[in-house]
Design a protein around this ligand. Structure first.
Ligand SMILES: [Ca+2]
Ligand SMILES: [Ca+2]
Ligand SMILES: [Ca+2]
Ligand SMILES: [Ca+2]
Length: 354
C-alpha cells in the first residue's frame, strides 16, 4: 500500500522527470514547501519568466522615461518657436546678448577684439596670450607695463610713457605724457661725472683756471674715458660754479661717481643736494688719508669767505674754505677754513659732454 505522502510525491516525480530535475534535489526542495518559496510547484516554472519579465519591464521603463523627456523637450521647442508668444528667435549672431551668451557682436563674432563665434566668450584679443600677428607685436596676457610688452600689445619702447624696469631710467611724465622730463635723453638720465682728486695741492692752484687744468688732467685717468670738460668746484671773489657754469644751469640729469653711483639728481640754481659723498677718485678708488677738499664755495654754489687769495697763495698767511669728501650734508663743500700752506684735494665736475 502507498502512504498519502507517496501519493503526493508521485505526480511530482513524473513532472521532474519531464523537466530534468534530479531526484535528490526534487526530494529535498520538495520536502518542506513552507521553508522555500521556490518549492511551490505552481510558481517555480514561472520564476524564470518573471525574472525575465522584470528585466524587460525595467528596461522599458528607462526607455519610456527617455522618450517622455524627449517628448517634453520637443514640446518646449515648439513653444519657443511660436512667434505669437515670444517674438523672433534669439540666436548667437543677432547682435544681442541673450540666453546663455556671454556676448554677441552680430556679424563681427569671431573677428579680432570681438565676441567669439559661438558667443561663449571673447574672441581673439590683446591679453589672450596669443599673438594675432595682424594686430599685435606681443601679448604677455598681463597688465604690467614695466615689462617687455605694454598696453595695446606693443613692445616696450622709449617714449611710450611706461618706465621699462631695468631698461629705462626716465620716461615721458604721466601727467602731460607729451614730453620727457628735462635731463632725460633716450630714456636715460643725462650724466655728469664728479670725483675727488687723488692728489692734494697747496692753496696756490694758479687761480680757477689753474685748478680747472688740474681737474682736466686728473680726468684723463678716468676709464672709460668720458671726454668733455672737467672743472674744479672752486670760487674766488668774483667767480663761482653757480655764477659761471652755464652749461649746468637747471641741469636735471644725474651727477654720478666714476663707477656710476648717484651723487645728486639735478641742480636747480641753489643748493646742490647730495645723496652720496663725492668720495671716489679718478681711479674709482675711495678717498683715503686727507679727506679735505679746497672749495671756497658754499652749498649754493657761490663764493665762501676765504679762498687763498683767489687760489694764488700757498702760505700760512691766508686761508681757504674746505669741504669734507666723507660728508654729503652741507659739510661736503663747506666745513672749515684752513691755512693755504696745507695740501688738500679738489672736486672735479664734468661740466660739459664731448
Ligand atoms: Ca544673441
Ligand atoms: Ca592676443
Ligand atoms: Ca606687460
Ligand atoms: Ca618706455
Amino acid at each position: 500500500m502507498h502512504s498519502p505522502r507517496t501519493h503526493l510525491l508521485l505526480p511530482l516525480v513524473i513532472l521532474a522527470a519531464c523537466i530534468g530535475i534530479p531526484d535528490g534535489q526534487l526530494t529535498d526542495s520538495a520536502t518542506d514547501p513552507t521553508t522555500d518559496p521556490t518549492t511551490d510547484p505552481t510558481t517555480d516554472p514561472t520564476t524564470t519568466s518573471t525574472s525575465g519579465s522584470t528585466t524587460s519591464t525595467t528596461s522599458g521603463t528607462v526607455t519610456s522615461t527617455t522618450n517622455t523627456a524627449s517628448a517634453s523637450s520637443t514640446t518646449s521647442d515648439t513653444t519657443t518657436a511660436d512667434p505669437s508668444t515670444t517674438g523672433p528667435v534669439a540666436y548667437c549672431g543677432d547682435g544681442e546678448k541673450n540666453g546663455d551668451e556671454t556676448c554677441d557682436d552680430g556679424d563681427m563674432n569671431g573677428e579680432y577684439d570681438h565676441c567669439n563665434a559661438d558667443c561663449s566668450g571673447p574672441g581673439p584679443h590683446c591679453g589672450d596670450q596669443v599673438i594675432q600677428l595682424a594686430h599685435e607685436a606681443c601679448d604677455d596676457g598681463n597688465t604690467d607695463n614695466t615689462d617687455d610688452c605694454v598696453d595695446g600689445c606693443n613692445p616696450a619702447s622709449c617714449g611710450d610713457g611706461f618706465l621699462h624696469n631695468g631698461k629705462e631710467e626716465c620716461e615721458k611724465t604721466e601727467n602731460d605724457g607729451a614730453d620727457f622730463p628735462a635731463g632725460c635723453i633716450d630714456c636715460k638720465w643725462d650724466r655728469r661725472i664728479v670725483f675727488v682728486t687723488r692728489k692734494t695741492y697747496a692753496g696756490g692752484l694758479g687761480g680757477i683756471d689753474g685748478a680747472d687744468t688740474l681737474c682736466a688732467t686728473a680726468a684723463l685717468s678716468l676709464r672709460p674715458s668720458p671726454g668733455g670738460t672737467f672743472r674744479a668746484w672752486l670760487s674766488t671773489a668774483t667767480n663761482s660754479p653757480a655764477k659761471d657754469w652755464s652749461s649746468l644751469k637747471d641741469f636735471q640729469g644725474r651727477f654720478v661717481l666714476p663707477d656710476d653711483t648717484l651723487v645728486a639728481q639735478g641742480w636747480n640754481a641753489g643748493t646742490l643736494e647730495l645723496v652720496h659723498e663725492i668720495n671716489q677718485d679718478e681711479f674709482k678708488q675711495s678717498a683715503e688719508g686727507t679727506l679735505l677738499v679746497w672749495t671756497g664755495t658754499n652749498t649754493n654754489g657761490y663764493a665762501a669767505t676765504s679762498n687763498c687769495k683767489d687760489w694764488t697763495d700757498s702760505t700760512k698767511s691766508s686761508e681757504g674754505i674746505t669741504g669734507n669728501s666723507s660728508s654729503f650734508d652741507s659739510k661736503w663743500t663747506s666745513t672749515t677754513s684752513l691755512q693755504c700752506i696745507g695740501t688738500n684735494r679738489l672736486y672735479c665736475f664734468q661740466t660739459a659732454l664731448p
